[in-house]
Design a protein around this ligand. Structure first.
Ligand code: ZN
Length: 302
């Protein structure tokens, strides 16, 4: 029997499973809907088990990794809180291990995505990096000395809720002026709506920007500039070799990243005399969380 590992990414709208071989190649993938924020927590566990079963069939993996959108405790045992998932302080690792019958490894989705970029993506061979994932909100991870930094309580990397504008826009988290209010898919839609007077979703703004539409380009310039401004604070703190940017909003590429590069250089001290880290696109794509979780299942959670 061939050795395989499975990774399952649990997000706000879907549950995505991949099966990898010993070399880390994806050999199968499957998607199930996420039952919803108001569903019973057990229903989401069912969806994880079903998506995993879809990719392994009759040949259980050696271990299963779970990447979840929210706060996971430092031991990788409990899912503490996620704005888009119904679990609250749930012993998720044990529940899933008992249900599925294989060893389970649990981590935050951004930490999993960073693991994938570090082992097989844009940060391969790099010792220190920032990973910034821009989707509906912002996810993130810090890599120092080749390891993802989890922090004292497991919840490091919640960059999206750093305050960048005192008394700024209200955030779903209850605070004001959070970075993700200015740099996210929601921010892209808001800036476009203000300029255009009607609503377009992120993929529509992306298509317009690619076609050279001035309003859409301005929207990406706004979000990209905020990306660079926020990244500058993180670069000042951590001095990474590279800043890796992933998530749906980054699919537009340099239309987002060029304004970010300019803003980063303009927001750091002494740029004529110090290296400014490159801002590069993530390479693992929308499956980064699931692939990272499968790699953690293969390698063990460091
Ligand atoms: Zn917030």
């Amino acid at each position: 029997m061939t050795a395989t590992w499975v990774g399952v990414d649990v997000g706000g709208t879907k549950v995505l499973a991949v099966r990898i071989d010993a070399a880390g190649r994806v050999v199968a993938s499957a998607t199930r809907p996420m039952p919803g924020l108001t569903a019973a927590p057990e229903a989401v566990e069912d969806a994880v088990a079903l998506a995993a079963g879809d990719v392994y069939g009759d040949a259980p993996p050696l271990a299963l990794g779970v990447s979840a959108a929210g706060l996971v405790d430092a031991a990788g045992e409990r899912f503490l809180f996620g704005a888009h998932l119904p679990w609250r302080d749930a012993p998720l690792r044990r529940n899933l291990a008992e249900r599925i019958g294989v060893p389970v490894v649990l981590d935050n989705d951004a930490h999993c995505a960073a693991h994938a970029e570090l082992l097989a993506g844009a940060a391969r061979g790099v010792r220190s990096a920032l990973l910034i994932t821009i989707g509906t909100g912002i996810g993130g991870a810090v890599v120092l000395d080749g390891r993802v930094v989890r922090g004292a309580h497991g919840v490091a990397g919640e960059f999206g809720h750093m305050q960048v504008v005192p008394d700024g826009l209200a955030c779903e988290c209850g605070l004001r002026g959070c970075w993700e209010q200015y740099c996210s898919g929601r921010a892209l839609e808001r800036v476009t709506r203000v300029a255009l007077g009607r609503h377009l979703d992120g993929p529509e703004v992306t298509a317009l920007a690619r076609a050279g539409d001035r309003v859409a380009l301005h929207s990406f310039a706004s979000v990209g500039t905020w990306l660079g401004v926020g990244a500058a604070s993180l670069v000042s703190a951590f001095d990474p070799e590279v800043v890796v940017v992933g998530g749906g909003v980054s699919a537009v590429g340099d239309l987002l990243l060029d304004p970010a590069r300019s803003a980063l250089a303009a927001s750091l001290q002494g740029t004529a005399y110090r290296p400014v880290p490159e801002i590069v696109p993530a390479t693992s794509g929308p499956r980064a969380g699931a692939i990272g979780a499968a790699l953690l299942a293969r390698d063990g959670r460091p």
